[in-house]
Design a protein around this ligand. Structure first.
Ligand SMILES: Nc1ncc2ncn(CCCCCNC(=O)c3cc(-c4ccc(F)cc4)cc(O)c3O)c2n1
Ligand SMILES: [Mg+2]
Length: 214
């Protein structure tokens, strides 16, 4: 049967990247998406903004919603301090299987906990299953209509502390209007928009960074 796009992306990584070299894995995926097949990774332009926010926060506890093939997982994990792990949630088992192999190819498997399931089910389990009190950094890149219910879930579950940083992908394209309205209007968040483009295109998109004020 025909291979899937994530499987072809994995093949491109295994062919063009150097094992244990995260930067080469990132470049191989970006090359594949620019020259072979578009895929919904955060990409290099928005990825550089992601890098700068992760570096600035230097988080000890990290959560990613929507692993897909592991591109942003690799981008984040490569910047974490020794001993720090990131938890990434993916509900599609086939994508999770590809992501696991791409993360391992980058040599970052010891810095990543990949959990299969949906954010709505897993967020309330974070404390008991992973001993998390609060998250320092959260990257939202999953179902766009889950961004708002999930940020409210973070508040209800006491998973945010004064200074927790949430970074949301695709706030323009495909768009997350209710989420944007919430974080920009709420007195409990300080929000900032980083303009960019939809990965590998000239279409307008951007990242919204929201700091929880407690
Ligand atoms: N709740 C829950 N919990 C856990 C989960 N794990 C996975 N999922 C489901 C995630 C499904 C993929 C999400 N990502 C996107 O849909 C996405 C789309 C585009 C895009 C596409 C076509 C265009 F023409 C233009 C833009 C670009 C992006 O950068 C995107 O990130 C989960 N859900
Ligand atoms: Mg995205």
């Amino acid at each position: 049967t025909r291979s899937t796009r994530p499987q072809r992306m994995l093949k491109a990584v295994q062919k063009n990247a150097t094992k244990g070299n995260p930067k080469s894995v990132i470049s191989a995926i970006d090359y594949f998406c620019k020259h072979s097949e578009w895929a919904m990774n955060v990409g290099d332009e928005k990825g550089s903004i992601l890098d700068s926010v992760v570096t600035e926060v230097n988080p000890s506890t990290v959560l990613e919603l929507g692993t897909y093939c592991g591109y942003s997982t690799v981008r984040i994990a490569r910047l974490l301090s020794p001993g720090t792990k990131l938890i990434t949630l993916e509900f599609n088992p086939a994508n999770a299987a590809v992501a696991k192999q791409i993360i391992a190819y980058a040599g970052l498997q010891d810095k990543v906990i990949l959990v299969e399931g949906s954010s709505g089910d897993l967020i309330p389990q974070m404390k008991e299953r992973f001993g998390i009190t609060t998250f320092d950094f959260i990257f939202l890149d999953h179902w766009k209509d889950r961004y708002l219910p999930d940020i409210k879930l973070f508040e209800e579950c006491g998973l945010l502390r004064k200074g927790s940083v949430l970074l949301a992908d695709n706030v323009i394209c495909p768009g997350t209007p209710e989420y944007l309205e919430y974080v920009r209007k709420s007195p409990r968040y300080e929000s900032k928009y980083f303009p960019a483009h939809l990965e590998y295109t000239k279409v307008e998109d951007g990242l919204e960074k929201s700091v929880f004020l407690g």
